[in-house]
Design a protein around this ligand. Structure first.
Ligand SMILES: CC(C)(COP(=O)(O)OP(=O)(O)OC[C@H]1O[C@@H](n2cnc3c(N)ncnc32)[C@H](O)[C@@H]1OP(=O)(O)O)[C@@H](O)C(=O)NCCC(=O)NCCS
Length: 209
């Protein structure tokens, strides 16, 4: 039996899907601000640009009592010209990195959504430290570029590695993986009324990316 502190919440899973609700769009914008303005200081005041008007925002949502809770990951995609798609502003909340494979799953949903909409080329400017992550997911380097004063790799996705997704607003539920810390979350009341949510032995049927 495992004891949990009264203020530690172990998030049991995540919804990975296109943002449709206002709180999802606002949560994605706030997360981008925390990551690209405050943490990485790539932008001074805000990171919004003209692409936001045409982009589809995808999100990773933590869950609480089986319901979607906070936006803890995001990425946006847009079609620059017929068949040519770009992904940008990939961000995972600092407290949720490397624990739920959220970055990997957001990349998967991004490319799969574009593929479902007729994408035949998918590119992203990838910060150097993230090149190994993208390479593991079937992306290759096309060029080295500087974007917003930061060195990036221009990378292209191998579309054969991705299945098309026709309904990204449905997305999928990814359960926290066994054998790793389920999640380090912000302090909040433990979900004492729903003990199953806390069980580290919860069956594994998460969708791997
Ligand atoms: C990059 C980022 C989105 C990755 O999110 P994440 O949820 O931590 O990534 P995942 O857990 O899905 O990582 C998948 C795998 O890649 C590895 N990985 C993640 N980031 C990595 C990095 N920067 N370098 C090397 N490996 C990395 C993870 O360890 C994991 O390995 P595993 O599959 O063997 O366990 C996140 O670190 C982030 O938001 N960083 C700050 C903003 C940023 O850099 N955005 C990207 C701009 S291109």
């Amino acid at each position: 039996m495992k004891a949990f502190g009264p203020t530690v919440f172990y998030c049991p899973g995540f919804f990975i899907r296109a943002a449709t609700a206002l709180y999802e769009a606002r949560g994605a914008a706030a997360l981008r601000h925390r990551v690209f303005v405050e943490e990485q200081q790539i932008f001074k005041d805000h990171d919004r640009d003209a692409i936001d008007a045409v982009a589809t925002t995808l999100v990773a949502l933590s869950t609480y009592a089986h319901e979607a809770d906070e936006v803890v990951g995001t990425v946006r995609i847009h079609e620059a010209e017929p068949g040519l798609w770009w992904g940008s502003r990939l961000a995972v909340d600092q407290e949720f990195r490397a624990v739920g494979r959220l970055g990997r799953q957001l990349i998967r949903l991004a490319v799969s959504t574009a593929k479902g909409r007729g994408c035949d080329r998918f590119f992203a400017h990838v910060q150097r430290q993230n090149v190994p992550l993208f390479a593991k997911l079937g992306w290759s380097i096309e060029d080295e570029v500087v974007v917003h004063g930061v060195p990036h790799a221009l990378m292209r996705a191998d579309l054969t590695c991705y299945e098309p997704v026709a309904d990204p607003q449905v997305g999928w539920l990814s359960l926290a993986s066994q054998g790793r810390p389920a999640i380090r979350s912000r302090s909040r009341q433990a979900c004492e009324g729903v003990p199953a949510l806390l069980a580290p032995s919860w069956p594994q049927w998460s969708v791997s990316a």
